[in-house]
Design a protein. Structure first.
Length: 323
């Protein structure tokens, strides 16, 4: 049975439009962090919340907001200020929200960051990591998801060979690396409402669709997942010949087709990409047609500042201003 984390999440809350309240600390401009896991598709990094910690968080561009195990909510000095709805491909749940005065990763930080306290963290997050193949011992140390409402303050360079991520607040990464600049949209539309902190890209799964799919760029997705309920006429999994499987999730089993396919994204082509296409009624409530895993590339540069992505970027031989 394929190991996949079906956790495409939308945070449906009006407060998402209040971007001006969030700030970025200027003390540290650029940092490089190595994941505690040196294999697999997840990056687990040490995060401080309100100067408490560090705690292990999954680096997750697919989550609009940063989330923390509710058992740590009061420990890090958070107090409930409201609620929000988490929508995944299998269910919806209401959770408490608070504003963290500071969230930091190895000294680089953002202030006034919305944080969601996940009451049933084991079933919402930890169990899904186990389903995706992360060992129980490693999962036990994970206490949150570092979401886009923190990450999109910085440009990111994710290196899946050395299992590291570089965060940059200066645009130094974009001056250092070059390559085809693929469009990145920072927002999406959820039931008629603009949703911020949603890095959306367009790419083609060759045997599935004749047109590019609207995909969520997701550092915490274990497979290229397509929500078949969102597909349009002319789409099929390997011409309808893909094997049918049931994928176990903490919320129940989901009927899926699983196969290997060719992915085309701009001039980049990747063969033998693991794809799952899952039939779920909840797909119609989501704002994307699936998720694009970042771990299938050697490196990926995500420029939030300039709204583009470079797959397998090349280091410039000289940078502007060099003599």
């Amino acid at each position: 049975m394929p190991k996949v984390w079906l956790r495409v999440i939308v945070i449906a809350a009006p407060a998402l439009v209040l971007l001006s309240a969030v700030g970025r600390s200027q003390a540290v401009k650029t940092i490089k962090v190595f994941s505690r896991l040196n294999s697999g598709s997840f990056l687990i990094v040490p995060v401080m919340v309100n100067r408490m910690g560090p705690y292990d968080f999954v680096l997750d561009t697919g989550s609009t907001s940063t989330m923390i195990d509710a058992s740590l909510f009061k420990t890090v000095g958070l107090h409930q200020e409201g609620t929000t709805t988490l929508t995944s491909v299998t269910n919806r749940q209401t959770q408490a929200t608070a504003m963290a005065s500071e969230v930091a990763l190895n000294g680089i930080s953002a202030t006034n960051v919305k944080v969601i306290a996940v009451n049933n963290f084991d079933s919402m997050v930890a169990a899904k990591l186990r389903v995706a193949g992360v060992s129980g011992r490693e999962v036990a140390r994970v206490h949150g998801l570092l979401g886009e409402n923190f990450l999109d303050h910085f440009d990111l360079l994710i290196d899946n060979v050395e299992h590291s991520v570089t965060l940059d607040a200066t645009e130094g990464l974009t001056r250092m690396y070059e390559g085809e600049q693929l469009p990145l949209s920072p927002t999406s539309n959820f039931q008629g409402t603009v949703v911020y902190h949603r890095p959306m890209v367009s790419a083609t799964v060759m045997s599935f669709s004749r047109r590019p799919l609207h995909l969520l760029l997701d550092t915490a997705s274990s497979s290229l997942a397509i929500l078949s309920g969102k597909s349009t006429p002319g789409t099929s999994a390997q011409g309808g010949n893909a094997p049918s499987v049931e994928i176990a999730t903490p919320d129940g089993k989901v009927a899926c087709a699983a196969w290997k396919d060719q992915l085309r994204w701009g001039r980049t082509s990747v063969n033998e990409v693991g794809v799952v296409s899952c039939n779920t009624a909840a797909a119609e409530a989501l704002d994307n047609e699936g998720s694009m895993p970042t771990h299938i590339f050697r490196q990926i540069l995500i420029s939030h500042a300039n709204q583009y992505v470079v797959v397998n970027p090349v280091r410039r031989s000289s940078q502007p201003g060099d003599h």
